[in-house]
Write a protein that binds this ligand. Sequence first.
Ligand SMILES: Cc1cc2nc3c(=O)[nH]c(=O)nc-3n(C[C@H](O)[C@H](O)[C@H](O)COP(=O)(O)OP(=O)(O)OC[C@H]3O[C@@H](n4cnc5c(N)ncnc54)[C@H](O)[C@@H]3O)c2cc1C
Length: 346
Amino acid sequence: MQVDFIIVGCGLAGISFCEQLRAHNKSFVVFDNKSQQSSTVAGGLYNPVVLKRFTPVWKSKEQLQMALQMYQNLEAEFDVKLDHKIPVYRKFSSLEEQNDWFTASDKPLLSEWLSTNLIKNTNAYIEAPFGFGEVLETGRIDVKCLIETYKTYLLKNNLFYEDEFKYNALQVNDETIFYESIESKYIVFSEGFGVHKNPFFKSLPLVPTKGELLTIHAPDLKVDFVLKGPVFLIPLGNDLYTVGATYDWNDTSNTVTDKGKEELLGKLKTLISCSFEVVDQVAGIRPTVKDRRPLVGQHSIYKNMFVLNGLGTRGVMIGPYVADQLFKLIALGIPLEKEIDIARFS
Ligand SMILES: Cc1cc2nc3c(=O)[nH]c(=O)nc-3n(C[C@H](O)[C@H](O)[C@H](O)COP(=O)(O)OP(=O)(O)OC[C@H]3O[C@@H](n4cnc5c(N)ncnc54)[C@H](O)[C@@H]3O)c2cc1C
């Protein structure tokens, strides 16, 4: 079989790149063995503001525009609901924080996203005496649905191998890449934390950050916005809510822990006072980078080999943006932004 591209990894990075390939009529196959699950478990939030410091996310405007367009296209093509628009309410913990919010909302860019209406709390089960600030243009992508839908599409079209990609079976020369019975012009690795097993890119400074999330059933809570306090509380419908997330830099397993659960419950109980039941717990490893920029680029020796990784804590927004940059590099020779290029580490 001859293709233009082999893609390794079918998470947010891999799917975003496949969407570039489909848009430009390039042929490809995808490998994924479910060894990583960052995208599958992700809360799926997109939000253009850093809610700790009230600053804009890097390239937030460009990212948001590209990401929403991609999810909208996928919704139309596959007839699924992916983009659940929902406001994010940032809980204020003091008058000083309220003031910081209003100062920030005057600044360029942020004025588009930080509402200047102070929202008073009217929910008896939420503890928020200083009220909330509303972030505009936010929502939740149903990433699990996206991945399931995408894999079904790929399988139907014989483009998907539910297999481990074996790096030692790869043969590379100047023009062509050979892998088992596949001949390809290029290969793009988007394995998330799985890249630590990839002999071609494992020296990249990717830092695994484990995250855990709970799903709770809270029939009395009746919240229809994302609440950001010491944890995020994200309504899913049917009185179910995602609660998260934890950050652990030592454990690189995908298994849930009692420690993670206790941490989340401790924080949640300072935010809401109604009774609830924990119905699920999940964990995944975020592919984060010290300088908080993605890892995108070309292998220093094998010029037909590329990496798309380091989406960190914000894969929903950043994935489509960096996939566009990588495609333009490969197809048109347009250099990557220096900030995301892996060359910054060489
Ligand atoms: C708990 C948690 C909550 C999060 N919440 C949010 C959120 O609300 N909003 C947001 O934007 N981001 C969130 N994130 C971050 C987001 O999930 C990541 O940025 C994103 O998932 C990274 O996508 P990826 O495709 O690079 O990696 P992954 O999702 O890890 O995908 C890599 C894929 O490669 C496959 N793979 C690896 N090695 C091989 C191999 N050798 N052969 C075959 N397949 C292989 C894996 O099976 C996997 O499917 C969250 C993450 C976690 C853990």
